[in-house]
Each structure stands twice: as C-alpha cells, then as structure tokens.
Write a protein that binds this ligand. Structure first.
Ligand code: GRF
Length: 211
C-alpha cells in the first residue's frame, strides 16, 4: 500500500482533539499519516462539523439507530474497510468497543485519556468525571495519556503522556480545559505521527523482505 498511513478518527463530542489532528496535518506535524475518515456514534457531534469544514469525509453512525451493538459495530467496520483504514484514533469517542472489534485491529487503535494512566482511568472514568475524581483525591499533578487500545478499558500499552499542574481553586471544568489544551491536544498529534512512522517503517521492512 503506497503513501501515508490511512487514519480514521472516531468521535462523540466537541471534537477539539480531532481539531488538533486536523491542524497538525495542515502544519505538517502529522505527515506520516492522513486523516481519511471521521465517524461519530452521535449524529449531533460538533466534531462532524469540524471534519466537514476541513474537507474530510465524515459520517454519523448513530448508536441509537441500531438495536444491537453487533450491528452498530458492523456498520463502523464496513466504513472503516471502505476507506482502507490502517490506524483508528479514538478522540473523545465514548462508546466502548467490543473485544471482537478491538482484536480485528490489533495494535492499530489508539486512544486519548484525560489523566496520567494508571490514575483515574478504567470503567466509568471519562470526560469531566476524571477531573472531579482527581480534584477529590487532591492530586497536585494530572495530565493526559495516549495509549494503544486493548480489551481492558484504558489498559493498553502507553505511547505518550504529558503532565499538567493542578492550580489552587481549580474546578473540574477549569482543570479539564487546561488538560485538553496543555496536554491532550499536544500529545495526540505527536503520538499519531510516531505510530504512523513506525507503521511506515514496518511496511518498508516487509517490502525489503518480500523483494
Ligand atoms: C476530552 O476530555 C477527551 O479527553 C475525552 O473526551 C473529551 C472531549 O474531547 N477523550 P473532544 O473535544 O470531543 O475531542
């Protein structure tokens, strides 16, 4: 397969992490991969608007429109295959993919989580709740993590992390905003580029082996 790694981004919400990837592609920070597809499990996700504004093919695969998870995931897979996806990036994607789905893509799904894993992660830890728990615990430092997705929620191999100081008087909202802008939106494009470079290197090696 020629050229850059074909990336599909899965979203559910505002799409600020998707926007960081779009901007990174435009500035050349993300150059070993190209964003070919955006899928949302919610038809009203603003992330879809961001994708279309950037000229990306974007589709809502509304989870509520499917009676069963299997049919929902089959539709995701149909589109991922149609676009010959080589890497899936979960960017604020709130649906928990099944073990079967994850096993189809092996080491080719990455996720951004708004804490320093293994703190404040796993089942039920997403969005604002992560920061509420961090403040409740009284941590002085939190941050974000990009990791490979495996069958354990937030359990896969860590790719990149970035720490953020907790400020006096932080609310969950102010902390979330700082983690998003000072950590998530910086390490997700960097991690994406790193993983794509490794995929391309692996491709070259295979091509040499098969020559
Ligand atoms: C962010 O807090 C991100 O860490 C989490 O989902 C939230 C919304 O992200 N994964 P986005 O604005 O939809 O990218």
């Amino acid at each position: 397969m020629e050229g850059k790694v074909r990336i599909a981004v899965l979203v559910s919400g505002g799409g600020t992490n998707l926007q960081a990837l779009i901007d990174a592609e435009r500035t050349g920070l993300l150059r070993s991969g190209e964003l070919v597809l955006v899928l949302s499990d919610r038809k009203d996700a603003f992330a879809l608007e961001r994708a279309r504004a950037a000229g990306k093919d974007a589709f809502a695969v509304d989870r509520k429109a499917f009676s069963e998870a299997r049919a929902f995931e089959a539709e995701l897979l149909r589109l991922l295959r149609q676009y010959e996806t080589e890497l899936i990036v979960l960017a604020g994607f709130l649906y928990v993919l099944s073990k079967d789905f994850v096993s189809l893509y092996g080491h080719r799904i990455i996720n951004i989580h708004p804490s320093l894993i293994p703190s404040f992660c796993g089942k039920g830890f997403y969005g604002l709740r992560v920061h509420e728990k961090a403040l409740e615990y009284g941590v002085k430092v939190t941050g974000a993590t990009v990791h490979f997705v495996n069958e354990i929620t937030d359990g896969g191999e860590i790719i990149k992390q970035k720490a953020v100081e907790v400020s006096e008087g932080d609310t969950p909202q102010s902390l979330q905003k700082r983690v998003m802008t000072q950590a998530e939106q910086i390490i997700l494009p960097q991690a994406c580029e790193e993983v794509c470079r490794k995929i391309l290197k692996g491709r070259e090696k295979n091509e040499c082996l098969s020559d």
